[in-house]
Write a protein that binds this ligand. Structure first.
Ligand code: GTP
Ligand code: MG
Length: 409
């Protein structure tokens, strides 16, 4: 079995929670007593039995243990294990990505057949693009509410295709599924009301997802350096790709080159180390510092002095022209808020203002940062080097992701 990360996005009320409830229910991932309990509760409130209800009760359970307010749930098909993450709003989306809670393999975009494309549909598609998520399924939900009409499905499909194309996705290669999360049409089973639809159900589509196993460019983030008998052991973590004994490497920003003599791990030696491994790397050359990043000489880390990022502000305000500290990986550098391009409502993702002079607490914004030379990567490519924290007077006042390195507007 394979484990697949799914992120669910879409405009408010288009049916994300209901869809998760349906997937959990139809996959029989929910224990029976839980179903009964919730049904009883629902009756008490003379509520129609709704799947969104399910998720809300799970949400309360999960919130107590979690610091982030996105909800991840597991379910299992005959073929895969799924972790599915519901992202209620824009802020949660960013937070989720910042904490590394999920790097999605595939996104399911939920669009209501009644309402079609809305502002948040647009915004979420932008986010998917920026996060480098290339596998997308579009579910046109609430088909029951439009009498399962093929024409309505086609209209919405065309709207979404246009939007997808405008974000450089090839809409003709993307699967659109007409569903009713409420009634369960085309989720796990087919649909009597939509015999005109001959394509895959959502679970069939998910079961065919391919996870790319291509090797990523190696990046190693330096945490500490120890010198013993004229040799330097550099301790840190492989954040991307593989690192091997004998590799010729280059450190940035220090610019030092060297060759890996040994890869050490607690109590032993390795021939190669992979993403996530915390290791010691022995080389002869000195001068390497915490904050350096190394890569192979053939695919070196590049220095950036100006980049485009999207950040959410936790502090009171942030002004154009202001100088603060930016932390990325183990690096700490001075940075200037060169330009605030768009002020964004962190709840809905809607653009509120272009080129504002400042933003306030809880606002999000796309910002051009000018920094001391620094190794950053696009979040979509190497997440660990693509997220940053903004610090002012020793306090974290914001956090964000890198959209574009070496960005000059
Ligand atoms: P937010 O979390 O607020 O963004 O909403 P959501 O996308 O999670 O939507 P939710 O699942 O809470 O559903 C919103 C409303 O739409 C609820 O009243 C659902 O019962 C209704 N709904 C969801 N799916 C369907 C469907 O397939 N058909 C119909 N008729 N209604 C649906
Ligand atoms: Mg919801």
């Amino acid at each position: 079995m394979m484990s697949v990360n799914v992120v669910l996005v879409g405009h408010v009320d288009h049916g994300k929670s209901t869809l998760i409830g349906r997937l959990l229910y139809d996959s029989e991932s929910i224990m029976d007593e839980r179903v009964e309990e919730i049904q009883k509760l629902a009756e008490e409130y003379k509520h129609r039995f709704e799947f969104a209800y399910f998720l809300d009760s799970f949400e309360d359970e999960l919130k107590e243990e979690r610091t982030i307010d996105t909800v991840s749930l597991m379910f299992k098909s005959k073929k895969n294990y799924y972790t599915i993450t519901d992202v209620p709003g824009h802020k949660e989306f960013i937070k989720n990505m910042l904490t590394g809670a999920s790097h999605a393999d595939v996104a399911v975009l939920v669009v209501s057949a009644e309402e079609g494309v809305q502002e948040q549909t647009r915004r979420h598609m932008f986010l998917l693009k920026m996060l480098g998520i290339n596998q997308i399924f579009v579910v046109v939900n609430k088909m029951d509410a439009v009498e399962y009409k093929k024409e309505r499905f086609e209209t919405v499909k065309n709207q979404i295709s246009e939007l997808l194309n405008s974000f450089d996705y090839a809409a003709e290669e993307i699967l659109f599924i007409p569903v009713s999360a409420m009634e369960g049409d085309n989720i796990y089973r087919g649909s009597k009301g939509m015999e005109w639809y001959k394509g895959r159900t959502l679970i069939e589509a998910l079961d065919e997802v391919k996870i790319s196993e291509e090797e990523k460019v190696p990046r190693f983030v330096v945490q500490d350096v120890y010198e013993v008998d004229g040799e330097n052991t550099i301790v840190g973590r492989v954040e991307s790709g593989m690192v091997r004994r004998g590799d010729r490497i280059i450190f940035e920003p220090s610019g030092i080159r060297g060759k890996i003599k040994e890869l050490k791990i607690f109590g032993g030696h390795l021939e190669e180390a992979r993403e996530g491994d915390c290791i010691g790397v022995t080389i002869s050359d000195g001068g390497i510092k915490r904050g350096d990043v190394f890569g192979l000489v053939e695919s070196p880390p590049k220095l950036t002095k100006q980049f485009l990022g999207e950040a959410v502000l936790l502090g009171k305000e942030l002004k154009k022209g202001e100088t603060l500290e930016l932390r990325c990986g183990t690096a700490k550098v001075r940075c200037e808020i060169k330009e605030i391009k768009e002020k964004i409502d962190s709840e809905t993702g809607e653009v509120m203002e272009r080129n504002p002079e400042k933003i306030n607490e809880h606002d999000a914004a796309t910002i051009v940062f000018a920094t001391e030379p620094l190794v950053v990567e696009k979040f979509a490519e190497i997440p660990e080097l693509g997220r940053f924290v903004l610090v002012k007077n020793s306090k974290n006042i914001g956090a964000g992701v890198v959209l574009q390195t070496n960005f000059f507007s």
